[in-house]
Design a binder for this molecule. Structure first.
Ligand code: URA
Length: 209
């Protein structure tokens, strides 16, 4: 699928299988989500630009690579996106964090924002938007609408599972935003859940129902 990268790393696939199992506990699910998010973060940042910097090792002065540009932004779509944040921040501790609480009004299809916080200079940063489940695409489309309104131009979307319907909707509205996912599942059911999926990601990570 154009604009979609499926992260096939064996460790990602193995951990995802355990997360899908209905008998996996809340504690287990949370631990796996943290572990898998570091691996997903590694893949979504694989092609970041580097620039050379002059440094001194104990032996000599050399030119060595460092990340180019301003600090990354990880934008978490509340609430399940927070489950991916922790592991990503472990890998990129200097990243800035944005929290976006949005939903799409079913009648007007307008994005309704109930919370938004983001660092300065969004337009100059790579913004990696995170949400474990790309289901209908409504909340991720709305979140990216809001980030673009605040100036973001260079965005990527990272999730654990995506439904084909969600990918289609998402790329109709935001064709410029590449999607990274561990799996493209079969379909959405009549309640908007991903099948086979893993259930409600927020409930599984926080033990709510
Ligand atoms: N959100 C979830 O948490 N799970 C789904 O299957 C779809 C949306």
């Amino acid at each position: 699928m154009d604009g979609v990268t499926v992260i096939n790393h064996p460790l990602v696939q193995h951990k995802l299988t355990i997360m899908r199992k209905k008998e996996t506990s809340t504690a287990g699910f949370r631990r796996l989500l943290r572990e898998i998010s570091t691996l997903l973060c590694y893949e979504v940042t694989r092609d970041l630009e580097l620039t050379m910097e002059t440094i001194e090792t104990p032996m000599q002065t050399i030119q060595a690579p460092v990340l180019e540009g301003k600090k990354l932004v990880f934008a978490s779509i509340l609430r399940a996106g927070n489950g991916l944040l922790e592991g990503m921040l472990e890998l990129v501790p200097s990243a800035r964090v944005s929290h976006v609480g949005v939903y799409r009004d079913h009648e007007t299809l307008e994005a309704v924002e109930y919370y938004f916080k983001a660092p300065e200079s969004l337009s100059e940063r790579l913004v990696i938007v995170v949400d474990p489940m790309l289901a209908t695409g409504n909340s991720s489309i709305a979140a990216i609408d809001k980030l673009k309104e605040r100036g973001a131009v260079n965005l990527r979307f990272l999730c654990l599972l995506a439904a084909p319907e969600g990918i289609r909707n998402f790329h109709e509205v935001h064709p410029d935003v590449p999607i990274f996912t561990a799996s493209i599942d079969s379909h959405l059911n009549e309640n908007g859940y991903i099948v086979p999926g893993l259930g409600d990601a927020g409930d599984r990570m926080y033990g709510t129902k």
